[in-house]
Design a protein around this ligand. Structure first.
Ligand code: HMG
Length: 425
């Protein structure tokens, strides 16, 4: 059981104070505490092992969303994002949703799918039957190609075929345990492809994992009590109904659906990235899932339940993430992220990630249907603009205060306000 932590005024502290609070709450190993205190970056030699033609490292802000209640456990969720207001919005939503009972999550399955695309098939029906009859042999070949995953309790589990145009596509489903499984799948698929060519009397065009991870679905749900939408009961009801309408709008209009889903992915990417996972894979999986019935739609649904008088949210996403493999063990900042979360297994991490997508979506919809996005977002963006305009630390509070009141709030305005402040002093 992970308990709630009393982080008094966490958002108002300086980074050094937040690190001290983390150490005090024993969320980090001593090596990771030292690492954070030194503010060291990914060592260059490690970066050079991770990819090619390396000349440096790119740093991004590493933040924490405190006390996210998921199935009764409280998580301190690491977020990496360059965008102002994303962390504030996730914290805000998580706080309200905690007070309303927390997130509930459910993992529907966790297997990865790969495919071998066959073509030049003389007789598709005969080829399909031959592959069906050889299913056990093919699964054995796949598992022999990657025995370590079988020892860990995973491995190739099932195989099926589908005809699409001139292709006979063979799909392989693999239990990848703690890994995302790209190398595992690709090794297994390449191992079975020559046998498939023989069995099906066909040629193999390619053998590759699919990022459309429909066997790694996770659902997060939550309820929001009306009193957290507004102190005024009638206003709260109107807002709950507007959030329901906003969810409907994202089902019927692709322009809105794309932005709606971008907001969800603000939360998803921030944790996928910091836990060392492949965010391009998750992005492509989520966008493909958004058009599973042929039209691109909003990924979440919100309803105002008139019986319970609560706003109910739901989000289902493919979430094939890993806690082992890839660069996860190499990057010390990624280790810190896993430490902060209490080193969850892949299935647990997938559920935390989807809950953060729903949190982010709730904050955005509440702002959009209420005071508008600019009020909260721009308040936090003021700091970025002030820094970009060249403000020194001491000049920030006054410049930000003036900037929030100014229209248009942009870099030009920030520069001219900074000039006036300097001229007055
Ligand atoms: P507020 O009501 O002014 O916040 O909302 P508050 O000052 O009363 O603080 C309430 C809580 O919010 C705090 O509790 C924090 O948890 C959190 P406390 O710690 O004080 O007990 N919070 C913060 N946490 C860290 N640093 C901060 C901070 N401020 C508040 N500086 C807020 C302000 C920004 C939260 C609200 O207006 C909001 O949620 N806005 C939505 C912002 C958003 O969605 N941003 C994402 C980027 S916009 C985008 O790209 C996506 C979009 O297009 C998606 C879509 O269209 O669907 C919008």
């Amino acid at each position: 059981m992970k308990s709630k932590i009393n982080w008094t005024a966490f958002s108002k502290k300086e980074p050094e104070e937040r690190i001290a609070m983390l150490s005090e709450k024993m969320l980090l190993s001593s090596a990771n505490q030292d690492y954070l205190k030194k503010q060291a970056l990914l060592p260059l030699d490690v970066a050079n092992q991770m990819t090619e033609n390396v000349i440096g490292r790119l740093a991004l802000p590493f933040s924490l969303v405190p006390n996210v209640n998921i199935n009764g456990d409280y998580y301190q969720v690491p977020f990496v994002t360059e965008e102002p207001s994303v962390v504030a919005a996730a914290s805000y939503a998580s706080k309200i949703i905690d007070k309303s009972g927390g997130f509930k999550t459910k993992l529907q399955n966790r297997q990865m799918i790969g495919q071998v695309a066959l073509y030049h098939c003389d007789d598709l029906v005969k080829s399909k039957m031959a592959i069906k009859e050889a299913e056990k042999l093919l699964l054995d070949i796949a598992n022999q190609a990657y025995p370590s995953i079988v020892k860990r309790g995973g491995g190739a589990k099932s195989l099926w075929t589908e005809e699409k145009d001139e292709f006979l596509i063979v799909y392989l489903s693999v239990d990848t345990q703690e890994a995302m499984g790209a190398n595992m799948l690709n090794t297994m698929l390449e191992a079975i492809s020559s046998e498939l060519e023989k069995i099906a009397h066909a040629d193999s065009l390619m053998a590759i994992l699919s990022n459309y991870a429909t066997e790694s679905l996770v659902t997060a749900t939550c309820e929001v009590r009306l009193n957290y939408l507004s102190r005024n009961k009638e206003e709260a009801k109107i807002l709950a109904k507007k959030i329901e309408l906003a969810s409907k709008l994202a089902q019927v209009d692709i322009y809105r659906a794309t932005t709606h889903n971008k907001g969800i992915l603000n939360g998803i990417d921030a944790i996928v990235l910091t836990t060392g996972n492949d965010w391009r894979a998750i992005e492509s999986a989520c966008h493909a899932f958004a058009c599973k019935d042929g039209q691109y739609r909003g990924l979440s649904q919100w309803q105002f339940n008139t019986k319970t008088q609560k706003l109910e949210g739901q989000l289902t996403l493919p979430m094939p993430i890993a806690t082992k493999g890839g660069s996860i063990g190499l990057n010390p900042s990624v280790q810190i992220a896993h430490d902060c979360l209490g080193n969850p297994k892949a299935k647990e991490l997938a559920q935390i990630i989807v809950a953060m997508g729903l949190a982010q979506n709730f904050a955005a919809l509440k702002a959009l249907t209420n005071q508008g996005i600019q009020a909260g977002h721009m308040k936090l963006q003021a700091k970025s603009l002030a820094l970009l305009a060249g403000a020194q630390h001491a000049e920030l509070p006054l410049l930000m205060k003036q900037l929030i009141k100014s229209k248009p709030m942009n870099l030009e305005t920030a520069k001219s306000l900074l000039e006036s402040i300097r001229n007055e002093n």
